[in-house]
Design a binder for this molecule. Structure first.
Ligand code: COA
Length: 512
């Protein structure tokens, strides 16, 4: 039909052209302006005629086009196009679907919450939370451990001061730092294992503080060592330039500019004091710097908002754990003891929902509310505590973006130094994950006083998982794989530990 429509006007257009040309010529002749012998006038007339006919043809073309458009508007209602849900359509606005997902999530969780309340009643108990920290109100072993950690901080400062004065050789300094760092890891571990009065929660907090301190003191030692190396290099090049001055000396203006540049900036070894070290110990970073970026002032509204979030989300976390996680875990014990695989899978999926929700709330509570609160209070300028890990399409991207303080430390003090020594990328990454696996296991097994390799294996499994996801999955599929590993992977580890803990402490008799 459209073919016919297009052929029609073309034929009509051609015949109209000749007719118009003839009409124009006849009209001119009739006016008496065209005579034999006056060739130039004839040619002008011919040109006019040609121009006029061209305009007419153009007009006719336009009207024909309009007519075709008009006819098409009424007759043809199809065009070449893909369905919206086909990936080749290029459509990407799924805002409505996202809202639908949120509504479904709220509704299904509201049902689960109601079911939980009907089954178990209200289980939230603030007194029980306090007893998890302090079994005996007159014995505070975890808090004492945290206070004792000051000894190791002062030992690091003392060693650095001696090194800066040249009283300690580099080798001696490295040995003392090594011993100090090993003690930072071993002393709380043995204390938690030996003292029965340390509760699992108290143990996790104390060991967490010591782990952070270990990473900070390691960074402190490294950066001061780099400063000394730069100082020696400068001193050597200065002595060389004094014996053979290569550059002309800087003029008075240049000197002033240099002075202005370093004004307010701390340089080595002026940084080796209590204030500087304790600022770093409390700052929300694991990587030491002589001059941290500082925010100009404390924003009170921002600070209060973060404080409110910290308190609110902390309560919410505790409430969700007591009301939702604990009964789910208790109900999962029997299928695990009977090795009933289908029931185990059902329990695992059931646990994955509260576990994941709690993990997400924990992420916001810790990385956004708490770290920003501390940073605002200390006017610490660098607030990049996390990046957009939720868009991760690879496992590698997730680990690069979810915990920036740890990732920065790993890169600066472990991974890059290894690469510089010629270690291959894969071996370097495996070594970082091995160290990370060790710390995860340290933070779980020691407080529970029960050595099981689940956390270690979970971290080490990230290396092959990263390879598989990176090799076989792309885009949304990769993103879904990362989410799946988070949603399902964590409750597996949680259930393993809780199961073993129950078996060890209650001999399976209380598990129902
Ligand atoms: C292992 C890990 C550090 C790898 O990080 P990555 O960003 O994938 O590493 P890449 O190979 O891409 O290289 C990163 C950096 O090294 C640099 N680099 C690469 N090869 C180098 C070499 N031969 N020499 C020096 N630097 C090199 C890159 O330029 C890049 O530098 P940039 O960050 O300044 O751009 C990261 O996956 C990680 O942090 N894993 C552990 C996370 C963890 O356990 N977190 C615990 C949270 S609870």
């Amino acid at each position: 039909m459209s073919d016919k429509l297009e052929k029609g006007p073309t034929t009509r257009r051609r015949s109209t052209f000749f007719a118009a040309a003839a009409t124009s010529a006849t009209l001119k002749e009739a006016n008496g302006k065209s005579t034999v012998g006056r060739n130039n006038k004839v040619s002008n007339a011919k040109q006019d005629c040609y121009r006029n006919s061209k305009e007419i043809v153009q007009d006719l073309h336009t009207t024909a086009k309009q007519r075709v458009k008009h006819e098409r508007h009424y007759f043809s209602c199809h065009k070449l196009q893909e369905s919206l849900l086909s990936s080749s359509s290029g459509y990407s606005n799924y805002r409505g679907i996202l809202n639908w997902s949120i509504v479904m999530l709220v509704l299904s969780n509201a049902r689960l919450f109601l079911e939980n309340l009907l089954n178990y009643g209200v289980l939230v108990d603030p007194i029980q939370v306090i007893s998890m920290f302090w079994e005996d109100p007159y014995s505070w072993p975890a808090a004492c451990l945290v206070i004792v950690s000051n000894v190791f901080i002062l030992a690091a400062l003392y060693t650095e001061r001696r090194l800066s004065l040249g009283i300690f050789s580099e080798q001696l300094g490295t040995t003392i730092h090594g011993v100090n760092l090993m003690t930072v890891l071993c002393f709380p571990m043995f204390t938690v294992l030996i003292l029965d009065s340390v509760t699992p929660v108290g143990g996790v907090i104390a060991l967490g503080v010591y782990t952070v301190l270990f990473l900070k003191l390691y960074s402190y030692k490294d950066v001061n060592k780099w400063c000394r190396a730069i100082q020696h290099t400068k001193a050597r090049s200065l002595s060389r330039s004094l014996s053979c001055p290569a550059d002309p000396p800087a003029g008075p203006s240049g000197h002033r500019a240099n002075k202005r540049k370093v004004e307010g900036q701390v340089s080595y070894p002026q940084n080796l004091n209590y204030g500087d070290l304790y600022y770093f110990v409390f700052a929300p970073t694991l990587c030491y710097e002589l001059n941290f970026p500082r925010s100009p002032r404390i924003r009170k509204r921002f600070l209060l908002r973060r404080l409110f979030e910290m308190v609110f989300f902390m309560q919410l976390l505790v409430g969700l754990i007591q009301q939702w996680m604990v009964p789910s875990i208790q109900n999962s014990m029997k299928p695990f003891q009977d090795m009933d695989f289908s029931r185990m899978a059902e329990r695992l999926l059931k646990l994955s929902v509260p576990n994941h929700l709690i993990w997400l709330i924990f992420f916001y509570w810790f990385f956004h509310s708490s770290l920003n609160f501390v940073a605002e209070l200390m006017q610490f300028g660098d607030r990049e505590f996390y990046r957009d890990w939720w868009n991760s399409e690879t496992v590698t991207y997730f680990w690069q973006n979810w915990n920036i303080p740890v990732h920065k430390w790993c890169l600066r003090h472990f991974y890059k130094p290894m690469l510089k020594r010629g270690v291959s990328k894969w071996v370097g990454q495996a070594a970082v994950f091995l160290a990370s696996a060790f710390f995860h296991e340290y933070l779980v097994s020691v407080p529970l006083k029960m050595f099981r390799p689940w956390a270690f294996m979970g971290m080490m499994a990230q290396v092959p998982l990263a390879w598989i996801v990176g090799r076989f999955l792309r885009g949304n599929y990769g993103n879904a794989a990362v989410w799946m590993s988070l949603i399902i992977g964590q409750p597996i580890a949680v259930l393993m530990y809780v199961h073993d803990y129950y078996v060890l402490h209650f001999d399976g008799t209380e598990a129902t």
